[in-house]
Design a protein around this ligand. Structure first.
Ligand SMILES: Cc1cc2nc3c(=O)[nH]c(=O)nc-3n(C[C@H](O)[C@H](O)[C@H](O)COP(=O)(O)OP(=O)(O)OC[C@H]3O[C@@H](n4cnc5c(N)ncnc54)[C@H](O)[C@@H]3O)c2cc1C
Ligand code: SF4
Length: 351
């Protein structure tokens, strides 16, 4: 059998499917939502280059279409085995693998690439920041949506005069059981602060951070430009609380940890830089395939170095943010890499 099931039609899954097809296999993308694209569908201009997300999305969708990859939309993979039995080398050698789809259906294949991505942290779990309680508290995801819809504004339609970003919302936080650093939220908040400056030239813009983690190519330069050209104020300190003021603004309490002083500030708009948490599918996939989860709930690769797309389960491979917070470039690279591993695995089985 040449069929390979790719679970998830985000950047990692689309890239894996195109590479599998180029290698002569028959990938089937199984996507639970109504379209291909994953989170890329929700973003506006991408860090670090400000490339429109639409451009990257259209390129990937076109590649899937040109390669004539089969796509099943509105279809959720419920488990990595149809009946809860564990995939074994014997089953793989006998020619197959099968996954459980929504509606009780079963789909058979020679191998599976899990590219089911991540979930965005639900900011309302951090009640102290008032998300979904106060009108002008938003998340970085909301800001991407507003930018895509043509503009950022306060709930009454007016322009903010002071905007504050809070980093690490739902990351590096034991209280919400998310101890890991989500990696992309620092650079996203810096990028959005610069976008706010372009939209509101006269506004005061503040970013409250614990550490600034600018790990990627061009990120540190972006951070420098945010300070020097976009006049964004970076304050090292954790915001402890947001509350409404009588004039309809939001008061935030924080401690400036560089000078060791508590501070209060009123802002018009508060933006919470939400983290990446383990996707809702990880737990059920791990359970049904007897695969390992990392302590933060993401799927654990068999090896963090040479085997980062290997699951340790015969015939099952990983790509993208299903295993940890990743950028789009990293997710695409893992999509290609997972396809190579599938080809090598099937070649070995055929020998
Ligand atoms: C606010 C924010 C802004 C970001 N901006 C950028 C940026 O500018 N540049 C950048 O490089 N990165 C950015 N990222 C990171 C980027 O979103 C990820 O790198 C990327 O989405 C990971 O791709 P993926 O394919 O692994 O997962 P996803 O994009 O999460 O796609 C996974 C797909 O799998 C599907 N799926 C899940 N479970 C199942 C199942 N059981 N059955 C069927 N389908 C399933 C989902 O519906 C989804 O379509 C940002 C992240 C955040 C939170
Ligand atoms: S990338 Fe930055 S904002 Fe995101 S969790 Fe890590 S330190 Fe916090």
């Amino acid at each position: 059998m040449k069929r390979v099931i790719v679970i998830g039609g985000g950047p990692a899954g689309m890239q894996a499917a195109v590479a599998l097809k180029a290698a002569g296999l028959e990938p089937v993308i199984v996507e639970r939502s109504d379209a291909l694209g994953g989170k890329l569908r929700d973003w506006h201009n991408l860090f670090p280059s400000a490339t429109p997300a639409r451009e990257v999305l259209d390129g990937l969708r076109k590649a899937v279409e040109m390669a004539r990859v089969e796509v099943l939309l509105h279809t959720e993979v419920e488990g990595l085995t149809p009946d809860g039995s564990k995939p074994s080398v014997e089953v793989a050698l006998a020619g197959g693998h099968a996954v459980q789809l929504s509606g009780g259906r079963k789909l058979e294949a020679a191998a599976v690439v899990v590219a089911s991505g991540f979930d965005v942290f639900d900011a309302s779990l951090k009640e102290e920041y008032g998300y979904r309680i106060y009108d002008n508290v938003f998340t970085t995801v909301d800001v991407e949506r507003m930018l895509n819809e043509g503009g950022v504004a306060l709930a009454d339609g007016s322009a903010p005069r002071r905007v504050a970003f809070v980093h690490c919302v739902g990351s590096r936080d034991e209280k919400v059981n998310q101890k890991h650093c989500s990696k992309v939220c620092c650079v996203t908040a810096v990028k959005q602060a610069m976008e706010m400056r372009a939209l509101f030239p006269e506004a005061d813009i503040y970013n409250f951070y614990m550490d600034i983690r600018m790990f990627g190519p061009g990120y540190e330069e972006l951070y420098q430009r945010a300070q020097q050209e976009s006049r964004v104020n970076f304050i090292r300190g954790r915001v402890s609380e947001a509350s409404p003021t009588i004039d309809g603004r939001i008061q935030i309490k924080a401690e400036d940890t560089l000078v060791g002083r508590p501070m209060k500030m009123s802002v018009d708009m508060l933006v919470l830089a939400v983290g990446m948490k383990a996707g809702s599918s990880c737990e059920k996939f791990a359970r049904t395939a007897d695969a390992a989860l990392s302590p933060n709930g993401f799927l654990a690769p068999a090896d963090l170095f040479s085997g980062c797309v290997a699951s340790g389960v015969p015939g099952v491979f990983y790509a993208g943010a299903a295993t940890a917070p990743k950028t789009i470039g990293e997710s695409l690279a893992e999509g290609s890499m997972a396809a190579c591993w599938v080809v090598e695995y099937l070649d070995t089985l055929a020998k």
